[in-house]
Design a protein around this ligand. Structure first.
Ligand code: ZN
Length: 124
């Protein structure tokens, strides 16, 4: 039996008083949802300051993140982007032995990745 790859994430987690109202929900993959847990902030590795995590309901992805030229790593470009990359370990720097970057490499090879409208650096 396999779990659904997608889950519903509460932007303000229910454990912190968040509701099931659609405005408080976002679709998330299982791994991101687990890693976010009930955190709403992360530490910006550049400043060591606690910073709100990216909110896909209120913020634009392209204002906070950019892909490396090879499409394997997400780079946070703002305090929110950096703290989100770190809290969710979006590049598997601390979990899963880089599994996500290996997966992205396959997706790049078949043209599925990175998403067409996402910003991408010209050099790694
Ligand atoms: Zn995810």
């Amino acid at each position: 039996m396999s779990a659904s790859p997608l889950t519903i994430d509460h932007l303000l987690p229910q454990s912190l008083g968040g509701s099931d109202d659609p405005d408080n929900l976002a679709l998330a993959c299982h791994r991101c949802n687990e890693r976010r847990y009930n955190f709403t902030t992360g530490i910006d590795p550049e400043t060591q300051l606690e910073t709100p995590l990216f909110n896909p309901r209120q913020q634009q992805w392209a204002e906070h993140f950019i892909w490396t030229a090879d499409g394997l790593r997400i780079l946070g470009m703002t305090p929110t982007g950096r703290s989100t990359c770190s809290r969710l370990d979006l590049n598997d720097d601390f979990h899963d032995d880089g599994f996500i970057q290996e997966s992205r490499q396959y997706w790049v090879e078949v043209g599925w990745h990175p998403p067409r409208n996402d910003p991408r650096r010209s050099v790694n």
